[in-house]
Design a protein around this ligand. Structure first.
Ligand code: AMP
Ligand code: ZN
Length: 475
């Protein structure tokens, strides 16, 4: 497997620190509001990475934090006349609800910043003891020039770092690049006691402390949106590596933005679509398909047309799987049938799916492989030839397996639909019997009416000398 490592800006062979064991830390939401589709893209990419690693046989431990204390939370809570704690709790619960609706499997641990203040204080103290941090008026700052490798992730030179850092004007800092790890409490704000007085942690120290607490000093994969590379991830590296002396994360993965009208979708841009609103309009699998229809390192544009395309693709996939389901039990040994074109297409699809996902989780190509097989299956179905049946059964297995890795096939709803499918098949059979009776009476009007009405319902019937068969018309 290869992963594009933002740290070295190249594709690298993936080797976890402990064989067969993968640790992942993903920067989660700041819970001051509901999440939008952009946040959902990043969360979904992490979900897919985990699903695929599990499919490959790795043990995976995923940690995704909730930032539940922050300037934005304090400000919004004041506007709404509620406590920061209450607002963060409400939005944290809403986040889990939305993620679940999108089929995102919960992380193994969802640590909250406010429940890890002790660990953050301890980490800050280590940095102070090492001379890498200093205290001014109850706030603690990280001394950037102490960490020679600062800038290695975002590949910025010291002068660029100043320009990009959105540096707060604070004359008291030794160097404008220094950032706060502990903020002295302002009147009316939530605070915790610390060796430096009452205050609260900075955002960057939260992730360093929570990642190391739950996953150890070196984690395999650290993921987040591309906006987090600088300064957030750069600062996480600086804090963690100076404290431990070992690499913090082996592979850094950054998800490109979901855009709308060519601009980043974001809360501050006020151009966002909430995930929960999208889920009220489209099924889970359609939204998942849309969000993974581009490789995660490419920007993706949110628009109606793309979602409509995903809807169409999902309809094609579900029609195909519904039809294939009835052949599920007809698998024979591959050796007996290996040389039919459909069997060949199934092997080809599996190989291409794995190749795509093994190459930096290229979901766009993986979907391409799946939909090529859907077309092959539809071709095979149009022949109504006994010899293709084992291939149909294998295609069903291969498609359900790969679609489940991507989470675009929902077994439970399909099973419910499966009952509908059986009922539909019985109804078509009944209509064909009635039509046959009409033909026997030479009642061509009724016979043609049934044929034409079925066609309008995407069911094509074919008459031969000895019988009549039918198939679904797939677009
Ligand atoms: P926030 O709540 O702003 O801290 O964001 C939570 C996660 O969503 C972070 O990993 C962000 O990088 C990510 N994110 C925010 N906006 C977008 C976007 N438009 N596209 C992709 N990811 C995003
Ligand atoms: Zn983070």
């Amino acid at each position: 497997m290869k992963i594009y490592n933002s740290l070295n800006r190249r594709l690298e062979d993936f080797e976890p620190l402990t064989p067969e064991q993968v640790t992942i830390y993903s920067c989660g939401p700041t819970v001051y509001d509901y999440i939008h589709m952009g946040n959902a893209r990043t969360a979904l990419v992490t979900d897919i990475i985990r699903r695929y690693l599990l499919y490959k046989g790795y043990n995976v431990k995923l940690v995704q934090n909730l930032t539940d204390i922050d300037d934005k939370i304090i400000k919004r809570a004041a506007e709404l006349d509620m406590s920061a704690k209450e607002l963060a709790h409400q939005n944290g619960e809403a986040y889990f609800e939305d993620s679940q609706r999108l089929g995102i499997q919960p992380a193994d641990v969802h640590p909250k910043a406010t429940e890890h203040i002790r660990e953050m204080i301890d980490l800050i103290q280590i940095l102070i003891d090492k001379g890498a941090a200093y205290v001014i008026d109850g706030s603690v700052y990280y001394r950037v020039h102490q960490f020679a490798a600062y800038g290695k992730l975002s590949n910025r030179k010291p002068e660029d770092l100043l320009a990009g850092a959105r540096v707060e004007i604070d004359e008291r800092k030794e160097d404008p690049r220094d950032f706060d790890m502990w903020k002295a409490a302002k009147p009316g704000e939530p605070y915790w006691d610390s060796p430096w007085g009452k205050g609260r942690p900075g955002w960057h120290i939260e992730c360093s402390a929570m990642a190391m607490k739950h996953l150890g000093e070196t984690i395999d994969i650290h993921a987040g949106g591309e906006d987090l590379m600088f300064p957030h991830h750069e600062n996480e590296i600086a804090q963690s590596e100076l404290a431990t002396g070992v690499p913090f994360a082996r592979y850094w993965m950054h998800v490109a933005f979901l855009k709308i009208d060519g601009k980043r979708m974001g809360k501050s841009e006020k151009n966002f679509i909430l995930l929960r609103d999208a889920l009220d309009h489209y099924p889970t699998e359609v939204i998942r398909h849309f969000l993974i229809s581009a490789h995660y390192r490419h920007p993706l544009d949110y628009n109606q047309e793309s979602l409509t395309k995903s809807e169409g693709a999902l309809r094609r996939l579900n029609n195909c799987l519904d039809t294939l389901k009835k052949y599920e039990g007809d698998v024979v040994k591959p050796s007996e049938t290996a040389d039919t074109p459909l069997q060949h297409a199934v092997h080809e699809m599996k190989a291409q799916f794995t190749q795509a996902m093994d190459t930096d989780f290229n979901t766009a190509q993986a979907l391409g492989a799946i939909f090529t097989l859907v077309s092959e299956v539809n071709k095979a179905l149009s022949t109504i030839d006994e010899a293709v049946i084992p291939g149909l059964a294998h295609a069903y297995q291969a498609l359900t397996e790969t679609c489940q890795v991507l989470g675009i096939y929902n077994m439970e709803t399909q099973n419910e639909d499966g009952d509908n499918v059986e009922q539909r098949d019985e109804l078509v059979k009944l209509l064909l019997e009635i039509r046959q009776d009409a033909r026997n009476r030479k009642d061509w009007e009724t016979s043609d009416k049934i044929r034409d009405r079925l066609k309008e319902l995407n069911i094509q019937i074919q008459d031969s000398h000895h019988n009549t068969t039918w198939k679904l018309i797939t677009k």
